[in-house]
Ligand binder design. Structure first.
Ligand code: PLP
Length: 367
């Protein structure tokens, strides 16, 4: 019976991206049990490495089992009670998803809509409610290629009201652009492994401040994502580890390896590599006569949105890139599904040769 073909693509869409080679190699290591002391050492070290990448001292920093959306679910399940006012800055698909998820956990959601392609406006979010329990926004909106200023948002929220928690979606920002949880005053944040962290999809790095932890929901309406229960396994500081669910050991080993690679290169150097790759891509697209979609000054280097030229069949171009050049790029989202392309340069793909590859292929296909 044929298995999945061993086709090697350049994954230059919105994710997954091609993992760092170290992350892929780690998947081939002999499997260990989830309570094996050697694996627990790797788990502890993974959490320590995550703290460095998040820029936090938060004791509760761990990889959750599941993709980025699990991080979103865990955030609302553990920190929003029914009836809590949660203000969400919405400027794309993932802000919309936050509204949906928060509502399912019973929050009284106040959504603050922005035009897609624009960053979240701190003033408008602040003015949306005088005393929210939580203010949430997406740092890097993968649907539009826009960076929002989470630092300014968190500082403004805390300056007005010491009670409100700040929640940031860092799925497409962590290990690609600066994220500084403690200095920014973010209380709860989650990410995903398949973007700039350079690992396959399957884990959601998560971090919680002590302030937020003190206000957690004691018995969230989800067993799998109850951080009290998960913490009893992940946190070995009190000596014991209680089985909760079988940890995805191979994925954690892979994340451990990718984080090692990132920290060895140096976080600043990694950010600079993303910045330079994004800038070159933006310039190159301009040289091809293409127009960028995201608002100038707020463009992500790791995820670029570009308008499909008039008269060009957007799906056809993506299909030719895939089948003839082995390059995956993404379609747009929602109303922009066929009028925008999304080009990712995340993690291991944030390199000059990947930029030239996609620019060269686009030049030929559009030429
Ligand atoms: N948030 C953002 C900003 C994302 O880009 C994504 C995925 O693309 C998610 C959340 C959801 O993550 P996942 O698809 O891994 O569940």
């Amino acid at each position: 019976m044929p298995g999945m073909a061993l086709v090697d693509r350049a994954l230059l869409g919105p994710g997954p991206s091609n993992p760092y080679p170290e992350a892929t190699a780690a998947l081939a290591a002999p499997l260990l049990g989830h309570l094996d002391p050697e694996f627990l050492r790797v788990l502890d070290e993974t959490c320590a490495r995550l703290r460095r990448v998040w820029g936090t001292e938060n004791a509760r920093t761990l990889p959750l089992s599941g993709t980025g959306s699990i991080g979103m679910e865990a955030a609302f399940a553990n920190f929003a009670r029914p009836g809590d006012v949660v203000v969400v800055g919405v400027n794309g698909l993932f802000g919309e998803r936050m509204v949906d998820v928060a509502g399912r956990y019973g929050a009284d959601v106040v959504r603050v809509d922005h035009d897609w392609g624009q960053p979240v406006d701190v003033r408008r979010v602040l003015d949306a409610h005088p005393e929210p329990s939580m203010v949430a926004a997406v740092h890097a909106e993968t649907s539009t290629g826009v960076r929002s200023d989470i630092k300014a948002l968190a500082h403004a929220v805390h300056a007005r009201d010491q009670r409100a928690l700040v929640l940031a979606d860092c799925v497409t920002s962590l290990a690609g652009i600066e994220v500084d949880i403690d200095a920014w005053g973010v209380d709860v944040a989650y990410s995903g492994t398949q973007k700039c962290l350079g690992v396959a999809p399957g884990l959601a790095p998560f971090t919680v401040s002590d302030r937020a932890w003190d206000r957690r929901v004691q018995r969230p309406p989800t067993w799998y994502l109850d951080l009290n229960l998960i913490g009893a396994y992940v946190d070995g500081s009190s000596g014991g580890r209680t089985y909760h669910h079988t940890a995805p050991v191979a994925m954690i080993a892979s994340l451990h390896a990718a984080l090692g690679r990132v920290l060895e290169e140096g976080l600043e150097a990694v950010h600079e590599r993303h910045r330079a790759a994004g800038q070159r891509l933006h310039e190159g697209l301009g040289e091809l006569g293409l127009e960028l979609f995201a608002a100038e000054g707020h463009r992500l280097p790791e995820l670029t949105t570009v308008r499909v030229p008039d008269g060009v069949d957007s799906a056809k171009v993506r299909q030719v890139l895939l089948t003839e050049y082995g390059i995956e790029i993404g379609a747009g989202v929602g109303a922009f599904a066929s009028s925008v392309w999304r080009i990712g340069l995340m993690g291991h793909n944030a390199r000059p040769e990947r930029v030239e590859l996609v620019l060269g292929a686009l030049r030929r296909v559009l030429g």
